[in-house]
Ligand binder design. Structure first.
Ligand code: BES
Ligand code: ZN
Length: 592
């Protein structure tokens, strides 16, 4: 018995599934999916086969043409769920399982019409990363196993289904139901399985890119992301031809718990990116970059998550540098620095979660999540790039992607490859300090620009009366204002808050990065005029990146604590299960 991924019952002595055939019946009334999955092995197999499931009700397990076979569900582990052990008969090449998902399946959020923009139809979306695919489909739920898939999704007439796959047709069944078919021909890890069903429309942005959203937001989405083809071209210039055919995007309802999710052929995005000025498209650059770093070359398990995210953050800023110049990239690194410092603070009592090469047996990967694999990881990549020079590093990256395309690798495999291709580089940047030591090495690269220095000096002079000039107030771009706010001292007076709001009109900002940074400062200062806006944001948005700092700041004063309690009671039924868990964790610290 060998379990190479601590978050899966997958046994590497057993055969790997190669393809899935999915039939998913989406029932908005019971909030369940009735599923049938066929696992194909690409050859004859036999003996025990262990799959991951969580909360699934298993109805039947059959080998086509040979009837039912024995199966057994193991005890339930709070993190892993239940092992489903099948006993495959000699020579079987595939197996078919019918099942129903649980009402509280973590991968699925079922929205009532009121939680959508249009307020007329329900909505369903999935989020399988890290280990939630097993709540939607019984499978070998580890990135070590890659599968191609075909799917047939049966939904109420009038709703549209999209998946992390190419559409291959749809038809009305005449009974009030509609079937959508999909194919994903390239092998993907299970965490990239994705489905959304709702009232959806699309707009073409280029011959290979399109954006989907509810009819009410699709025009705004098309405008916001109009530059995506340019990004794809720039990314191709860095990493080689785009490997997934189409790059489509779906803008979800506001409860979507992440900023973006790199589902192949269908990036999922939070509607909080629709700032109206294209100032938040770095998230699209990030998800697009995952097409290479993450989806093409994939982490072998969550213990190597930095290989996905650190590389992707580095790639995202590399793309932004080409599109918007060095200053813009430096501001990106500065915002990352703030996130990194916040995460190091958050995990100051858990140093083992601040290393890149993590050891996660017994730890829920969602609890290990932070900006550290992103920002510390990106700094290791940048350090290697600085060490060997940009050109040589890009050539190395192309080799890396060729060598490992459509495979899932460990930190150790990455290091051996670097050692072979860039001898001495790991030692020169002290890679071990990033990979195995907590905190940040003091040799980590710094990113500076004149503009960043100006903003830093000005923000730090706030207690001595330093204030932005009328010219600065009028001319700063959104990211400049954001960096300034991030660098302000946390302790502001009510007069400071009033000054900031009056001069920057912060309360009415449509850019959620700025709005939430401001509201966090205001909550920290116990600044009552901001309370109604804080309530509004927390009731509308489920993105964890915003909920965590806002609720944490509300913990600081008696009346903001009361506000937090009241808002959470009202908002939590609308939050995604993941978001609810994160907020509960924050609240437990101050609402005893
Ligand atoms: N793959 C992540 C989202 C994710 C991570 C989902 C871990 C589940 C578990 C995605 O690519 C991401 O990093 N999104 C960021 C965007 C950003 C760093 C620009 C987000 O959601 O904020
Ligand atoms: Zn990412």
């Amino acid at each position: 018995m060998h379990h190479p991924d601590p978050h899966s019952y997958y046994d590497s002595a057993q055969p790997k599934a190669r393809r899935l055939r999915l039939k998913l019946g989406v029932d908005f009334t019971s909030k369940r999916i009735d599923g049938e999955v066929g696992l194909e092995f690409g050859g004859a197999v036999s003996g025990p086969l262990d799959l991951d499931t969580k909360g699934l009700e298993i109805h039947s397990v059959q080998v086509p043409g040979r009837g039912p076979i024995p199966w057994e569900l193991g005890p339930s582990d709070t993190i892993l769920g239940q092992r489903l052990r099948l006993d495959m008969p000699e020579g079987a090449q595939e197996v078919t399982i019918t099942y129903t998902t649980a009402v509280d399946a973590m991968a699925l959020q079922w929205l009532d019409p009121e939680q959508t923009e249009g307020k007329v139809a329900p909505y369903l979306f999935s989020q399988c990363q890290q280990i939630h695919a097993r709540t939607m489909v019984p499978c070998q739920d580890t990135p070590l196993v890659r599968i191609a898939y075909k799917a047939e999704v049966n939904v109420p007439e009038g709703l549209t289904a999209v998946m992390s796959a190419g559409p291959t047709g749809d038809e009305a069944l005449g009974n009030g139901r509609h079937v959508y078919r999909f194919a994903m021909p390239q092998p993907i890890p299970s965490y990239l399985l994705a489905l959304a069903v709702g009232r959806l429309e699309s707009r073409d942005l280029s011959p290979r890119a399109r954006v989907w959203a509810e009819p009410e937001t699709v025009a705004a989405a098309a405008w916001e992301f109009a530059g995506v083809e340019d990004m794809i071209l720039k990314a191709e210039g860095l990493f080689g031809p785009y490997p997934w055919d189409r790059y489509d995007m779906l803008v979800l309802p506001p409860s979507f718990p992440y900023g973006g999710m790199e589902n192949p052929r269908m990036t999922f995005l939070t509607p909080t990116l629709l700032a109206g000025d294209r100032s938040l498209v770095d998230v699209v650059a990030h998800e697009l970059a995952h097409s290479w770093t993450g989806n093409l070359v994939t982490n072998a398990s969550m213990e190597h998550f930095w290989l996905n995210e650190g590389f992707t953050v580095w790639a995202e800023r590399r793309i932004l540098r080409i599109l918007h110049g060095d200053d813009a990239a430096a501001l990106g690194w500065a915002m990352g620095q703030k996130a990194l410092e916040d995460s190091l603070e958050q995990f100051k009592n858990e140093p083992r979660l601040t290393v890149l090469r993590m050891h996660l047996a017994g730890i829920d990967p969602d609890d290990a999540f932070s900006s550290i694999p992103y920002e510390k990881g990106a700094r290791l990549v940048a350090a290697l790039e600085r060490e060997v020079g940009e050109e040589r590093f890009l050539r190395f990256l192309r080799d890396y992607m060729d060598a490992f395309r459509f495979t899932s690798i460990t930190t150790e495999q990455f290091c051996s490859f670097v050692a072979a291709k860039l001898p001495g580089a790991l030692e020169a940047v002290n890679a071990r300090a990033y990979l195995d030591k907590p905190g940040m090495p003091d040799t980590a690269p710094e990113f500076r620009s004149v503009q960043l220095d100006t903003l830093t000096v000005l923000a730090e002079s706030w207690p001595d009366g330093g204030r932005p000039s009328a010219y600065q107030i009028a001319s700063w771009k959104p990211t400049e204002l954001l960096v300034f706010l991030q660098k302000l001292p946390r302790k502001l007076t009510h007069a400071d808050c009033a000054w900031l709001d009056e001069h920057f009109q912060l309360m009415g900002r449509g850019n959620y990065e700025i709005l939430v940074e401001w509201l966090t400062l205001a909550a920290t200062a116990d600044y009552e005029p901001a309370f109604p806006r804080i309530r509004e944001v927390l009731l509308r948005v489920g993105r964890m990146k915003y909920l965590r700092p806002l609720y944490s700041a509300l913990g600081l004063h008696p009346r903001t604590r009361a506000l937090a309690r009241e808002v959470f009671a009202a908002a939590s039924p609308g939050y995604h299960g993941l978001s609810r868990r994160v907020v509960q964790g924050v609240l437990e610290k101050f609402l005893a």
